[in-house]
Design a protein around this ligand. Structure first.
Ligand code: ADP
Ligand code: MG
Length: 284
């Protein structure tokens, strides 16, 4: 059990931004589905009381008392509530009850490491664990940060994109120092990208600059990068959740499916298709 974890090669990722509507859930679900299609065993943990990731993965809202709430506040194990939703893809669903967890755990000693402990006690092996965080930096998000080694930060490139970022980075850094010294910000994913607008390009440049200007030296975000894959705004991505399908099931030929397949490849470290490669200097 505990010994197996030492040699685990699982990558564990929290998809985090305390702002709502930036593409967290869309990214958690479709990146997970993309990785699963590439043959990886993937488990999504839905930590948002709104349960959008669970719905997106086809789990109904009336899943009753089989959710991450029972794991965090009660005696349930992850295995008790985890459901397989596709080949190679599992979800630990959320439930509206989870909104109360923040309060219910307030007086609990060690409340930030409950999920970490449950994961340590879990005997299932996955290649990827992906946690969809709620839009806050409260105890649920702290549980995610204590339990993973990587943070992926979706950003919507508009003029306030960097606003609030310092608070998020400070939180990640504090958790890395006090609770989980393996925690790092891997990178920023530009979501809802409008390739036709000048603003999107400018903000992308600003974000790039922000993470390469050295300000993060000696922090948990020192090596953060901006993922090369940009997730374009695509209506099919907005439609898919209400059908309980990932973008690959809903419309495999959409730009959304192409972008998330590319993101999955980038995360896996597989070279992207030729059209995505940077031009060589001197090449026409
Ligand atoms: P968050 O989890 O950060 O609140 P969501 O992933 O739920 O954000 O996205 C917010 C809304 O925008 C949702 O309605 C979602 O379907 C939609 N959306 C997300 N990404 C895209 C995209 N690339 N193109 C079009 N709509 C998107
Ligand atoms: Mg969400």
């Amino acid at each position: 059990t505990g010994q197996n974890k030492e040699v685990s090669t699982m990558r564990s990722i929290a998809v985090l931004n305390q702002k709502g509507g930036v593409g967290k859930t869309t990214t958690a679900v479709n990146l997970a589905a993309g990785l699963a299609r590439a043959g990886m065993r993937v488990c999504v943990i839905d930590l948002d009381p709104q349960a959008h990731a669970s719905l997106h993965l086809g789990i109904g809202v009336d899943n009753g008392h089989d959710s991450i709430y029972e794991v965090l506040v009660g005696d349930a194990s992850l295995a008790d509530v985890r459901k397989q939703v596709a080949e190679n893809l599992w979800v630990v669903p959320a439930h509206l009850d989870l909104a109360a967890a923040e309060m219910e755990l307030a007086g609990e000693v060690g409340r930030e490491v409950i999920l970490y402990d449950k994961l340590a006690a879990d005997d299932q092996e996955f290649d990827y664990l992906i946690i969809d965080c709620p839009p806050s930096l409260g105890v649920l998000t702290l549980n995610a940060l204590a339990a993973v080694t990587e943070v992926f930060l979706p950003l919507q490139p508009h003029f306030l994109a960097l606003h609030g970022l310092s608070k998020l980075l400070r939180t990640v850094d504090i958790v890395a120092r006090r609770i989980n010294n393996h925690l790092r910000l891997t990178g920023v994913i530009l979501c809802l990208f409008e390739s036709s607008t000048r603003l999107a390009g400018e903000v992308a440049g600003d974000v790039d600059q922000f993470f390469t200007n050295g300000a993060g030296a000696n922090t948990a975000w020192a090596d953060a990068k901006v993922f090369r894959t940009r997730i374009r705004r695509n209506i099919r991505l907005a439609e898919a959740p209400s059908f309980g399908q990932s973008i690959f099931e809903y419309d495999g030929s959409s730009n959304g499916a192409e972008d998330y397949a590319n993101l999955a490849r980038e995360v896996l470290g597989v070279p992207l298709a030729n059209s995505e490669q940077p031009k060589l200097a001197g090449a026409a």
